[in-house]
Design a protein around this ligand. Structure first.
Ligand SMILES: [Cu+2]
Length: 320
């Protein structure tokens, strides 16, 4: 699925506006060809016909036709004006969401997307939405400029720090499509992508209540683990930082500097993330881990802990 649609030259269109966008682009391309190809053909013909040394009649033709002069300017003008009007209509519609649109909050960050549904559930990189329902995506960035690109909807919008931009659409075709960051935003820009899953209203309600937690939490946790910089220290990527590997930590006995030995359960991991200076590890390593208290949102913290519980996956991620 991923590779297939990533290579598709003309991605499937999942909304009426997307289909109309295709029509306008195709139509304008055809018009442009109609207006330019004859000119280029004529240039080529005249260049050959009247080239130096060619025996051709070079006398001036005295005939003048006002009708031809006016029509060659007026007809292309009116035709392109028609496309201007059509484009303007689409553009204005794209700025005016219907009042019954549901609102999804999106945040771009190096290097992940976070989407929050009106009912409170949030997801990382992937976005699940219902069809036949207008959706407004209100979008901002926590760091640099990103851009949310939804090819199946023919939509793209910049995510700007300290500012909210928005797009809206009404999808009408279920399926799994791609979403991307389309603004180069640093080292891992190329992995700032995910799936846009469009489903029926009933499936969406079901996903909100049941499917959501299991489906995306580990992947979401991994994305958070990378985006909060945990991977940089704990997967040994940052030279000179000696941080313990976290794969297999959950449930293991941990020896502390004060002589105690405790089991690494969810509470211990949670406390260590919020206050790393407590429960110092035995071994006298340098404590360089920053406190994430006030930095990490409660639901993100839950996901991170959930991710670290799935210890085999942590090892997988580290090898990636
Ligand atoms: Cu980005």
């Amino acid at each position: 699925m991923k590779a297939e649609s990533a290579l598709a030259l003309w991605p499937p269109a999942a909304s009426a506006a997307a289909v109309e966008t295709d029509h306008i682009i195709l139509g304008f391309t055809v018009l442009t060809l109609l207006l330019t190809v004859p000119v280029f053909l004529a240039i080529t013909y005249f260049a050959l016909r009247y080239r130096q040394g060619e025996e051709a009649d070079r006398s001036t033709d005295e005939r003048r036709s006002v009708l031809i002069e006016i029509s060659w300017m007026l007809i292309p003008y009116v035709l392109t004006l028609f496309f201007f009007g059509w484009g303007a209509k689409l553009f204005i519609a794209s700025r005016h969401p219907p009042p019954d649109a549901m609102v999804v909050e999106a945040v771009g960050r190096q290097w992940m997307w976070k989407f929050q549904h009106p009912t409170g559930q949030s997801e990382i990189n992937d976005l699940h939405l219902p069809i036949d329902q207008p959706v407004r995506i209100r979008i901002t960035s926590q760091d640099v400029i990103h851009a949310l690109y939804l090819p199946a909807l023919r939509l793209q919008i910049a995510a700007l720090p300290d500012r909210t931009t928005e797009i809206w659409f009404k999808a009408d075709r279920t399926g799994t499509y791609r979403l991307y960051c389309s603004e180069y935003c640093g080292t891992d820009h190329s992995v700032m992508d995910g799936n846009l899953t469009l489903m029926t209203q009933a499936e969406y309600q079901d996903w909100l209540t049941h499917g959501h937690a299991q489906q995306s939490n580990v992947a979401a946790g991994r994305a958070l683990y990378e985006s909060y910089g945990c991977a940089g220290c704990h997967d040994g990527a940052v030279a000179g930082v000696k941080a313990p590997g976290l794969a297999g930590l959950y449930g293991r006995a941990v020896h502390l500097a004060d002589g105690r030995t405790i089991t690494a359960d969810a509470d211990y991991i949670r406390a260590k993330i919020l206050n790393p200076n407590e429960n110092r590890l035995a071994g006298g390593g340098k404590q360089v881990m920053p406190s994430f208290r006030g930095v990490i949102r409660p639901d993100d913290l839950d996901r991170l802990v959930g991710y670290l519980k799935a210890t085999d996956r942590v090892a997988e991620g580290a090898q990636r």
